[in-house]
Structure formats: structure tokens, C-alpha cells
Write a new protein. Sequence first.
Length: 277
Amino acid sequence: MTEPASAAEPAIRIQTAVRPATAGEADRQAIALEKVNFFYGANHVLHDVSMEMGENRVSALIGPSGCGKTTLLRCLNRMNDLVEDARLEGQVLVNGKDVYAPGTDVILVRRRIGMVFQKSNPFPKSIFDNVVYGLRLVGVRDKARLDEAAEQSLRRAALWEEVKDRLRESALALSGGQQQRLCIARAIAVEPEIILMDEPSSALDPIAAMKIEELILDLKERYTIVIVTHNLQQAARISDKTAFFWLGRLVEYDVTSRMFTNPREKLTEDYITGRFG
């Protein structure tokens, strides 16, 4: 939830710094937000957010707690529909189609746009049953197809070699890092176009977190990835573009290398250099 800035907080500049891509940087856009405003009841959480996210790119959302990053992430696959009195104004376009248009199949939206949460959440089922859960949910029963999907998804999640002889064991017996990669395998088993990740490595030890980062870099060859992270070093290592949010507003959005070395906004510079947040 957003709160008014106190006297000690830096004042936000209303003009957002979103530098247009040059010809060499231009990407096919998978996601486009157009003047998105979001409300929880009377609480105005996101203010006029407009931005585009490239296909097969990693876009990182950074900013202090309560700035609207996770709310924005959950807007992309309509997870906020589950919250009472939640309301969105504006457009969220995925491959040119507004996912909030009347008559949109929300279940299909969430299949196309998978999500991995901050805390790994495997079901109390076998490793195999976790991976194919979404496929069974949409009616897939063919054993050969399920077997193939499970192996392929676990391979893409860099987990197959570690669990291929344990597929019938409980997923809850895996380590924290393995459980998170299992959740990624579960997300990609239904063949999404986009993967949303909300602090996917924040609860992991450094070695497990490094494996998640390596996995994200591999996955972007097949998927568009949007990640929320409080870890600025992580954003710098794995993202192609970074968006900085402050009190529900997009302050600056640019190529990550440039954002971290030469930000346009003083507020961005202050956050990246640790003066607040």
C-alpha cells in the first residue's frame, strides 16, 4: 500500500524518464502498459504507468517496499482480480491484446502468463504430480504426453538430473532452491509465453539464488520474463531493462546498464546508491 511521502523522503518528479529505444535496441514488445492506474478500494496504488517490455527479455521492477512493484506484476496476469474491491484503469496489452477487455478468458490469461512467487509453494504431492498439475487441470490425461512434459519442464528448470530418479517422492522433501526450481518447472509445463517472478530467490541461500539467476538467463531464450527484486545487484546481473518505482509511480525505465551507471533522475540515483530504501 502506498503512503504519502514524509518530509524526510525525497520528493518525486512527476515527469517519468522512459528513454525510447534506439534502432539497435528495439525489441518486439510482448507487454505494453498504457496509462495504468490501479486501486484497492479507495487506495490509489499505481499512477498512470506506461511502459513496454520486450519479448525474450528480462525486465526488472525495483523500488522500496510498498512502491507498487508486486501490484503491477499481479496486474499482468490478473491475479489482483482475486482481491475484493480491486480495480484497474488503462490497458494491459499482451502481444497486442488487452487482457482486461470484456469477455477475456482469465484462466487462459493465467495459462499464457505463469507466475512464480517469493516463497516456493510446491503442492503436497509427488515431484511428478507437481510438474503436470496444470496440464491435468486443463484435461490432459495421456500418460506419454504427461511424462514428456514433466521431463522437458524439469530439464528447462535445470532440475531433471537432480530428481529424475525421485519423481514419485514428495516435492516437500526437496531443498528450498530445488523447490523453487520445481515451481518454475510447474509454471512452464503449461507452455506460457511470459513468466512473472516475485522475488524468486530472496528466501534462498546465495548458491541456490545463483542457480535461479542462471536459470532465468537460460529461460529468456524461450520466454519473456518480468521479475520483481529488492536485490539491485541481481537486477544489474540478469535484466535487460529496469524500471524504478516510487510511491506507485514509474520514475525511470531504461536499459539496465545505463540505468545503473547513468540514471536520468536524481531519485533513481539516490535509490541505486543506497541513500534511501
